[in-house]
Write a protein that binds this ligand. Structure first.
Ligand SMILES: Nc1ncnc2c1ncn2[C@@H]1O[C@H](COP(=O)(O)OP(=O)(O)OP(=O)(O)O)[C@@H](O)[C@H]1O
Ligand SMILES: [Mg+2]
Length: 282
C-alpha cells in the first residue's frame, strides 16, 4: 500500500477554539498506476488532507501510514525518507524558488536528500527536461523568467527528488489555457510512462474529467464520494456535491434534450467531437 488513512481527523489549533478541518478520513492509495483528483468547494479540506501525505501535518486523531511507515515516525530521518517518496507540489510553488540559478534551485531537493553534487546535477537535468526547461535556462535566475516557467522550475525541483507518488495542489491555477494543458500533459506522461500515482487537487472539472481515473470529493472535511469518475458524474446525488459538470458532459446532455442525440458520456473534447462525427454519419 502506498498511502493509507485510518479514521484521520485534523483540527487547526485556534486561540479560543480549534477548527476541525477534516474528519474521519479513510483512504487507500496504491503506490503505482492511480490518477486521483481531489475536488470540493473552497475550504473543504483538500490542502489539509494532502499535507498529511508527507507528514507536513500530523493527524489530531487516527493513523496515516505511508509506504509502511506509521506517522509520525520515531526517528526524524524517516521523515526525509517520506518526503522523498511522496513529492508534494504546493499551491503557487513558484513562491518558494530562492536559488541564484534555475539549475541550483532544481538541485536543492536531491542535495538535501544526500545526493552528491554530480548525482544532484544529473537528477536536476532530467527533471528540467521533463518539464521542458532547456539547457539555455540552467544558469539564469529563476526570478527572470515568466510565471509559467517559474512554476515549471518549482515542479522540476520536486520531480528531481524522484518521488514515487506525486501530489499536486492546484498546479494549473492562474495559468492560461495553453499553459494548463501543457502542464497537465507533462503530469499525464509521467503517469503513463513511469506508472507513477498522481494525486491532483483541482477546481477545474474539465481537467479532472479528462485526466483523472478516480475522484475523491470532500465536503466540509468529510469524504462524500470516492470512486471512478464515470460513477461520479452519473451519481444520483451529484447536485449535493456542489460540483460543476465537465463541459463535454454538459454539451452532451444539452444535445440530447434539444436535438435528440443520444447521451453517451465523453470525458474530453476530442472524444466528444469523435462521437458527434459518428452520430452525424449514421
Ligand atoms: N493554518 C490554518 N489555521 C486555521 N485554520 C485553517 C488553516 N489552514 C486552513 N484552515 C481552515 O481549514 C479549512 C480547510 O482548509 P483547506 O486549506 O484544507 O481547504 P481547501 O479545500 O484546500 O480550500 P481551497 O480550495 O480554498 O484551497 C478551512 O476552513 C480553512 O479556513
Ligand atoms: Mg487548498
Amino acid at each position: 500500500m502506498g498511502i493509507q488513512f485510518k479514521d484521520v481527523s485534523y483540527s487547526y489549533k485556534g486561540l479560543r477554539v480549534d477548527y476541525d478541518a477534516i474528519g474521519n478520513i479513510n483512504l487507500e492509495i496504491e503506490p503505482q498506476g492511480e490518477f486521483i483528483a481531489i475536488v470540493g468547494q473552497t475550504g473543504s479540506g483538500k490542502s489539509t488532507l494532502v499535507q498529511h501525505m508527507n507528514a507536513l501535518l500530523l493527524p489530531s486523531s487516527g493513523n496515516v501510514v505511508v509506504f509502511g511507515q506509521n506517522l509520525p515516525p520515531k526517528k526524524k530521518e524517516k521523515i526525509n525518507f517520506l518526503r522523498q517518496k511522496v513529492g508534494l507540489v504546493f499551491q503557487f510553488p513558484e513562491y518558494q524558488l530562492f536559488e541564484e540559478t534555475i539549475l541550483k534551485d532544481i538541485m536543492f531537493g536531491p542535495k538535501n536528500f544526500k545526493s552528491s553534487e554530480a548525482e544532484a546535477t544529473e537528477k536536476a537535468k532530467r527533471a528540467a527536461a521533463k518539464v521542458g526547461i532547456g539547457e539555455s535556462l540552467y544558469s539564469q535566475s529563476p526570478f527572470r523568467i515568466s510565471g509559467g516557467q517559474m512554476r515549471r522550475v518549482a515542479i522540476a525541483g520536486i520531480l528531481a527528488m524522484e518521488p514515487e507518488i506525486l501530489v499536486l495542489d492546484e498546479p494549473t491555477r492562474g495559468l492560461d489555457p495553453k499553459g494548463r494543458t501543457d502542464l497537465m500533459e507533462i503530469f499525464n506522461s509521467i503517469h503513463k510512462n513511469e506508472g507513477k500515482t498522481i494525486i491532483l487537487i483541482s477546481h477545474d472539472m474539465d481537467l479532472v474529467s479528462q485526466y483523472a481515473k478516480r475522484v475523491i470529493v470532500l465536503d466540509e472535511g468529510k469524504i462524500v464520494f470516492d470512486g471512478k469518475k464515470e460513477d461520479l458524474f452519473e451519481h444520483p446525488k451529484f447536485l449535493s456535491f456542489h460540483l460543476d459538470l465537465p463541459t463535454p458532459l454538459k454539451i452532451l446532455k444539452h444535445l440530447e434534450k434539444e436535438v435528440g442525440i443520444p447521451y453517451m458520456p465523453k470525458y474530453d473534447f476530442q472524444s466528444l467531437l469523435q462521437y458527434l462525427k459518428e452520430v452525424s454519419y449514421e
